[in-house]
Ligand binder design. Structure first.
Ligand code: HEM
Length: 178
């Protein structure tokens, strides 16, 4: 409901770059919150070509594999607090209590490595947000989407995130008079 309100309040009917990037803060926060709990790339590895040391002093030997785990990190109490399991888009705002007017936090990519971090960070990150904002805003403006079954989808831990059997939904034209 809140998201549809944000999308319908957009100044321009045409979804141009500026409005997609600046106006849809709650949508961006909701996408981040979804990807915190269900990152599209669950884990990712690097292989050491030569002996090395990690920044905390942990030795790595040539041929070792080092894996970082965005799925696990998105669920760590030490990083996200006691309510890490809750879907709460307001946690991405500077002032969660009045998030409608507020601005988005700058969250360190080493805390939220869904797009990797450092020199090999995802080159398409900003483009991915523009695309996701565009698709979600265009669909939610016109349609209402409801899941067919009430059970939680079954998560498939493949290299990229999947739901077993997909997510079956009913799509209806949105009634703007309600
Ligand atoms: C939600 C969408 C996306 C997610 C979660 C994502 C995530 C990632 C991750 C985790 C990596 C690091 C892979 C590794 O180091 O092994 C990566 C790299 C990369 N991504 Fe994305 N990505 C997304 C969308 C895109 C899009 C739309 C593009 C292009 C338009 C793109 C282009 C790239 C490129 C070129 C790299 C390689 C960067 C490098 O190694 O220097 N990504 N992405």
């Amino acid at each position: 409901k809140e998201l549809v309100k944000e999308i319908n309040n957009m100044e321009k009917i045409l979804l141009d770059y500026e409005s997609l990037n600046k106006e849809l803060k709650l949508l961006k926060a909701s996408l981040c919150e979804s990807m915190r709990l269900y990152p599209p790339v669950l884990w990712d590895s690097k292989h050491a070509m030569a002996d090395d040391l990690l920044p905390d002093g942990t030795p790595v030997q040539a041929g070792d594999r080092v894996t970082y785990f965005p799925y696990g990190m998105g669920r760590m109490e030490a990083l996200w607090g006691e309510d890490w399991y809750e879907f709460r888009p307001s946690r991405w705002f500077v002032e969660p209590a009045s998030y409608h007017e507020g601005s988005l936090k700058k969250v360190c990519p080493y805390k939220f490595p869904v797009f990797q971090a450092g020199p090999r960070v995802c080159l398409g990150k900003e483009m991915a947000f523009i695309q996701m904002n565009y698709v979600v805003a265009s669909i939610l403006r016109q349609f209402e989407i409801k899941p067919v079954v009430s059970e939680k989808p079954v998560f498939m831990p493949l290299f990229t995130a999947h739901m077993a059997g997909g997510l079956k939904v009913v799509i209806q034209k949105r009634d703007h008079s309600r």
